[in-house]
Design a protein around this ligand. Structure first.
Ligand code: FPP
Ligand code: MG
Length: 299
């Protein structure tokens, strides 16, 4: 997986993100006690576990579409990958999904034990907010704009977004979940962080409300489309390379829709996402490519 998964167009951006993530891990190694090395090893294990970097690439692409230099938003892109990575580590724990593998390898708690896995997730979540503040390093953004990014991240990753969605995901009576309920969970559990990835650059530049709404429509449609494509991939094989066999039933679209209905909904959402940014012309090319990747993804 990695660079190829999002298409050749994103290879240079995946490298940009990976180099930035690596430089931050080296910074942690240099600046904290050697006795904390096991924690950094666990953070590195999951950060370098073969993720597609969808969320940071979305932030870089949205920034470019708005005329920002993608390199200037790397701290926020990195923060998103930290939050995404922590969520996967915690999601795999026995108390939640109890998954032994992630991306074809032992999940964090299987490799390092539950205590270290929980702490690696805690460290990634905490450092994500520290990373966001590094947006000031480029000297391109106002402190008030950076604070808006921090609020956006908290809103989409916390109780109002991903964590709230995750609560329902693990507590709902799966066999009785209706389509609106499943959609509500997916919009929060998966969609919120994807939407945040698209909206972050809109906080770092002065643009009109109509443009912000177009980015919002793109991000909302893409977030839901991504979860439908995820459920479709799950339905096509009971043992996914990326996740292994499921021990616990999950609320998902396959309970309430046939695969062909899911594909139809996926296509409608992707078309809607692409139409939402079409007024940007050539500048929307990377955002359109990402949407097309999600329409056709196999991993
Ligand atoms: C796969 O992303 C991940 C999802 C479809 C999101 C699932 C949501 C959660 C696990 C939320 C968990 C929240 C808490 C608070 C524990 P991907 O295909 O981009 O993964 P990759 O990085 O492996 O490519
Ligand atoms: Mg899970």
């Amino acid at each position: 997986m990695g660079a190829d998964a999002l298409g050749a167009f994103s290879e240079s951006r995946v490298k940009l993100v990976n180099d930035y993530l690596e430089s931050n891990l080296l910074r942690f190694e240099k600046s904290c006690s050697q006795r904390f090395e096991p924690l950094i090893e666990a953070m590195r294990y999951s950060l370098e576990g073969g993720g597609k970097r969808l969320r940071p690439i979305l932030t870089l692409s949205a920034a470019e579409a708005l005329g920002l230099n993608p390199k200037d938003v790397l701290p926020a892109a990195c923060a998103l990958e930290y939050i995404h990575t922590y969520s996967l580590i915690h999601d795999d724990l026995p108390a939640l999904d109890d998954d032994d593998t992630r991306r074809g390898k032992p999940s964090s708690h299987k490799r390092f034990g539950e205590a270290v896995a929980i702490l690696a997730g805690d460290a990634l979540l905490t450092e994500a907010f520290g990373q966001t503040l590094l947006l000031s390093e480029s000297k391109k953004f106002q402190p008030s704009q950076i604070l808006e990014v921090v609020e956006l991240l908290a809103q989409h990753a916390g109780v109002r977004g991903m964590v709230g969605g995750q609560l329902l995901d693990v507590t709902i009576n799966t066999s009785e979940a209706s389509l609106p309920e499943i959609e509500f969970i997916h919009i929060h559990k998966t969609g919120a962080l994807i939407l945040a990835s698209v909206l972050i650059p809109t906080k770092l530049i002065s643009i009109d409300e109509q443009k912000i709404q177009n980015f919002r429509r793109y991000g909302e449609a893409l977030g839901l489309a991504f979860q439908i494509s995820d459920d479709l991939l799950d339905s096509e094989t009971s043992i996914r390379y990326s996740r292994g066999p499921r021990k616990k039933p999950k609320p998902c679209y396959t309970q309430v829709m046939s695969p062909s209905e899911m594909k139809q909904k996926l296509n409608l959402l992707i078309d809607h996402a692409i139409n939402s940014v079409s007024s940007l012309g050539d500048k929307s090319k990377n955002l359109v490519d990402i949407a097309e990747f999600i329409r056709a993804r196999k991993a």
